[in-house]
Design a protein around this ligand. Structure first.
Ligand code: ADP
Ligand code: MG
Length: 234
């Protein structure tokens, strides 16, 4: 049986006084790709940020490979092999692509070296010396993901990586996710672009008001499409 990579039980989360997560329950097995769906404001980004220890306060349980992380600092969580790619990507404009890539420290065993990253992202090799701002949106997104692969993360939290990108680039990102999945990475994606996410995920979780309210597998997707269409407008 696959190892449980992430197990969240009864997670409550706050930004200051605002109570945003109301008892999230979810689990992700090693090697799975899971997509969080939901309407805007459902709490998907907050869930990823909570896993990383980036929100005001958390209660409940977040186990990463069996280790309780709900009270850990972001730095220690990263050391457990968790990498977070935020919606805003966080590429430094004044640094070159390669400098951006080299920025985060190696945190866990098995981080990719530059050669491995460039073999996986030939585009980035070509653009290695280009300044952050000179990269296209798609290149910046690839760079943001490549950067967390260097740290040794095996659990990747990807927030709306396809957002604002042209269809041909979105296709490239789909290939990237498929390749990472084949290499055994565990991925939790938040996606608004359902057509992008639909063929990639092993499982789908639907969030509403800071809770997971539905869950189904890739095989169950066809029978869910009509309801999803009504619910999410996808
Ligand atoms: N920094 C913040 N401070 C206070 N409330 C926030 C903050 N970020 C998000 N929220 C609120 O948390 C709720 C969930 O937001 P979010 O997790 O971003 O949803 P989603 O990613 O599913 O669209 C929303 O009501 C949003 O307004
Ligand atoms: Mg969001």
């Amino acid at each position: 049986m696959a190892q449980r990579m992430l197990e969240i039980t009864g997670l409550n989360g706050w930004y200051g006084e605002s109570h945003i997560l109301h008892g999230v329950n979810l689990h992700v097995d090693e090697g799975e790709v899971v997509t969080l769906l939901g309407r805007n404001g459902a709490g998907r980004t907050t869930t990823l940020r909570a896993i990383m220890g980036l929100i005001g306060s958390r209660k409940g349980s977040i186990k990463i490979r069996g280790t309780e992380a709900v009270a850990m600092s972001t730095h220690r969580i990263a050391r457990l092999g968790v990498g977070y790619c935020p919606e805003e990507r966080g590429i430094f404009a004044s640094l070159s692509a390669e400098e951006n890539l080299m920025l985060p420290p190696r945190l866990a065993e098995g981080g990719m070296d530059l050669d491995a990253i460039y073999a996986m992202f030939p585009n980035l090799k070509e653009r290695a010396q280009s300044q952050g701002t000179r990269l296209s949106g798609g290149e910046q997104q690839m760079l943001a993901v490549a950067r967390i692969l260097r740290t040794g993360a095996r659990l990747l939290l990807l927030d709306e990586i396809s957002e604002g990108l042209a269809p041909v680039i979105v296709q490239k990102l789909a290939e990237m996710v498929t390749m990472l999945r084949r290499q055994g990475y565990t991925i939790v994606m938040v996606e608004q672009n359902f057509r992008f996410a639909a063929p990639l995920a092993d499982r789908f979780l639907v969030m509403e008001h800071g809770e997971v309210i539905q869950e189904f597998t890739q095989a169950e997707l066809p029978s869910r499409m009509e309801r999803l269409h009504e619910y999410l407008g996808v």
